[in-house]
Design a protein around this ligand. Structure first.
Ligand SMILES: Nc1ncnc2c1ncn2[C@@H]1O[C@H](COP(=O)(O)OP(=O)(O)OP(=O)(O)O)[C@@H](O)[C@H]1O
Ligand SMILES: [Mg+2]
Length: 616
């Protein structure tokens, strides 16, 4: 009688811990089963099965099907494709689903398809505290919901090959958090009005879809965007010097740090920053000081020569100009006993000083070294202080802040991201007891293309800071969402601390094994499906998902999709040939800015998604 039951799949042939091997019945050879008018796919990896045990039922997820699942002693010729392995995940008692199993099944027990009603019990979570990101792949009438608390506080990773749908998934999740669905109840409309999300948008994909609900900062601002600045003086001196001078040691380093300390102390003397005690200032206290003045003062010590009987009369011929980075001129030093004599205070730091000067002149680093209102004058007085910066980044009116980093050359990107993260980390660390802090207003930091700045080869500032965020961030209310197409290149500590994984199609074996290795449940087999997932289909596992789920992420309406469409080759190549000149390209290249010297903005926008899309 059982074998006539349309939900019947087969029988258990072995039980090993929570893993069951199931021999499929002849009747399910077709792969499809129709129950109460609903079509079910049988034995799909990631789908659910039920093992009735009297009053209660055990529930399991299909982890492997076919050849992979064949037990060693089976007659493979006859039975190939008729096996599956199932990982038990919980049980339904009455009409309630609970994780974990209290009893194991026996050999010979029958295994059934889990019906939609049963699935609904499994995935039934209250709307409160959850966001809907799509529907289950196996039954589209059941929504895939994730827990917002776990998503943010336990960190997450969105991983998949290029074009698998990562950016779209992220856009969809952020939309679900910030913009309640049209049909939601009135009391749910304002659900997360204090959401605080900061996005590091490496390709400038999110400005358009989130235009209305995000404040946007960019190194190359257009339209409504604001310019992105990062005051160098907010960074640790060590990190700053590493970048400015390529790293120093011994008394050369001391020459720099002593001078910076002196300038910072002087800056506090004139500005009297609240909360700062002049006795406790260190070289790392984030106080404004002028880099130009630093350079000038140090150059002066390095190049000064002296004459006179006591060798103490400076031979200054021409004052320089710190503001324009013109060094002072002294008489050249003479070899003989007549002098002029070199300065015995010089530390031999001409080379790092030259590097510092060229950094200050390099326009690519303007966002950091000439940070607009945060650039101090020669006496160390900026127009704006750090609170203004944090307020713009973290205290905006809108739920999302996008830092658009497109147009930043690769070499600079790592430094830029590292600096941003460092400032964020400090801000959240020091606000932990305050109402602006992350405990009261948690912050989600979304990092696109993380392999570019979180690999072990890149500038350690960003990966060190992110490691601290993922390890300790929970205590300060900071959560990380790491997005990458090359998980095997992302720093291992960072990935291993991510509690929730959105694994999209992923074909490269080393990337796949990295993802498999981080899976908390004994469900690594689920991820065997990674290479064959459809675009926008994800296996969600970990803390934010009650149970692992294979789901289709909602594709947002056209104006709300990330600006990441592929170039349409066949369409573009069909267009009429045009005369082209490449002077603008060269101008941009030389100026190291995508928009430099180019008046005609239209051409610069990615033509793939035009203005029409934005207006809906
Ligand atoms: N859930 C989905 N349903 C349907 N189509 C989707 C879905 N998600 C993404 N796509 C489509 O797939 C394409 C690539 O998506 P997306 O830009 O999100 O990929 P990606 O993984 O971020 O790629 P990259 O690594 O290049 O950044 C887009 O054209 C998008 O419209
Ligand atoms: Mg993308």
């Amino acid at each position: 009688m059982l074998s006539r039951d349309p939900t019947f799949l087969g029988r258990i042939v072995s039980v090993s811990g929570a893993a069951l091997t199931v021999h499929l019945a002849q009747s399910v050879a077709s792969g499809l089963s129709i129950i109460k008018g609903q079509t079910y796919r049988v034995g799909q990896v990631g789908s659910f099965v039920r093992v009735p045990q009297g009053y209660q039922s055990l529930l399991g997820i299909v982890a492997r099907v076919g050849a992979e699942a064949i037990p060693e002693h089976a007659d493979t010729n006859e039975d190939a494709g008729r096996w599956m392995t199932v990982e038990l995940v919980g049980e339904i008692v009455g009409d309630k689903f609970e994780r974990g199993v209290s009893q194991f099944p026996n050999i010979g027990d029958s295994v059934h398809l889990a019906s939609e009603d049963e699935l609904r019990q499994v995935y039934d979570v209250p709307n409160q505290g959850h966001v809907t990101i799509g529907t289950l792949s196996s039954s589209e009438s059941i929504s895939a919901k994730i827990s917002l608390n776990e998503l943010v506080t336990r960190h997450s990773a969105v991983l998949g090959s290029t074009g698998a749908g990562k950016s779209t998934t992220v856009a969809s999740i952020l939309r679900a958090i910030t913009t309640p669905a049209e049909d939601s109840e009135p009391h749910e409309k304002e659900l997360y009005q204090s959401a605080r999300i900061l996005m590091l948008d490496v390709h400038g994909e999110y400005s358009v879809p989130f235009a209305g609900i995000a404040q946007i900062f960019s190194v190359e601002p257009q339209y409504q965007e604001e310019r992105l600045y990062i005051p160098y003086w907010a960074l640790d001196t060590n990190d700053l010097l590493e970048f400015l001078t390529g790293g120093l040691e011994g008394n050369r380093e001391t020459a720099f740090t002593d001078k910076i300390f002196e300038l910072k102390s002087a800056s506090h003397e004139t500005q009297k920053f609240s909360g700062v005690d002049s006795m406790s200032i260190t070289v790392d206290t984030p106080l404004p000081f002028s880099l130009k003045q630093l350079w000038y003062d140090l150059v002066k010590t390095e190049t000064a020569t002296f004459e006179g009987p006591d060798r103490n009369e400076p031979t200054l011929q021409e004052e320089g100009d710190p503001d324009r980075l013109v060094p002072p001129k002294y008489k050249p030093h003479g070899m003989g006993s007549a002098g002029p004599f070199l300065n015995n205070q010089a530390a031999g730091i001409q080379r790092p000083l030259n590097l510092l000067r060229s950094r200050l002149l390099d326009r690519r680093y303007d966002f950091l070294l000439h940070p607009g209102p945060w650039e101090p004058n020669l006496s160390g007085v900026p127009n704006e202080d750090l609170d203004g910066l944090l307020c713009r980044w973290l205290g905006g009116e809108k739920p999302i802040t996008i830092l658009d980093l497109s147009g930043v050359p690769s070499a600079v990107l790592e430094r830029l991201v590292g600096s941003i993260l460092k400032i964020l980390y400090e801000a959240l660390f020091w606000s932990r007891e305050k109402s602006e802090g992350g405990i009261e207003r948690p912050l989600l930091v979304v990092m696109e293309e993380a392999h570019r700045y979180l690999s072990d080869k890149s500038d350690p500032l960003s990966s060190n800071t992110v490691q601290r965020i993922v390890k300790e961030g929970r205590k300060y209310g900071v959560g990380a969402m790491v997005i990458s197409q090359r998980p095997s290149e992302v720093n291992e500590t960072v990935l291993s601390q991510c509690g929730t994984f959105f694994a999209l199609r992923l074909s490269n074996p080393s990337d796949r094994s990295r993802v498999q290795g981080t899976l908390p449940d004994g469900l690594a087999g689920l991820l065997d499906a990674l290479p064959i997932l459809r675009t926008g289909e994800a296996i969600v596992t970990g803390e934010a998902a009650k149970l692992p789920m294979r789901c289709r992420v909602t594709l947002p309406a056209k104006p709300y999709r990330p600006r990441s469409g592929d170039p349409e080759v066949s369409e573009k190549w069909r267009l009429k040939r045009r005369q082209e000149s490449y002077d603008r390209v060269v101008a941009s290249w030389r100026a190291q800015r995508p928009l430099a010297v180019v008046k005609d903005l239209d051409i610069q926008r990615d033509p793939v998604e035009d203005q029409g899309d934005r207006d809906g």
